[in-house]
Write a new protein. Sequence first.
Length: 115
Amino acid sequence: MTEERSTIHVEPGDQEAKKLAFIIYALYAAALFIGITSIVGIIMAYVTRERVAGTWVESHYIWLIKTFWISLAVGIVGVISLIVGIGFVILGAGLIWYIYRIVKGGWYLYENRAM
């Protein structure tokens, strides 16, 4: 059974929060080519998190913060595991998971849907 999530009406005050979340998603996506941008994105997420508290966009911030920390942990485990030969599999799976999280989150944000 899948849970349907409905589109949320965006209040005028939510537009800024939505723009900030979109910028963070874009920074995470850019990190695939320029790694440092994800660090800028996570800093932005933590700094602007209070602005979005209580709005539907807050769920995206939770999603973004978890995406950063879990992908960092998977990356570290993957690099360490290169010694025993399974690191490439872990890093590949982590990369696919990271891209999935960015695409799904960005799409839900575009559709005004909470995560």
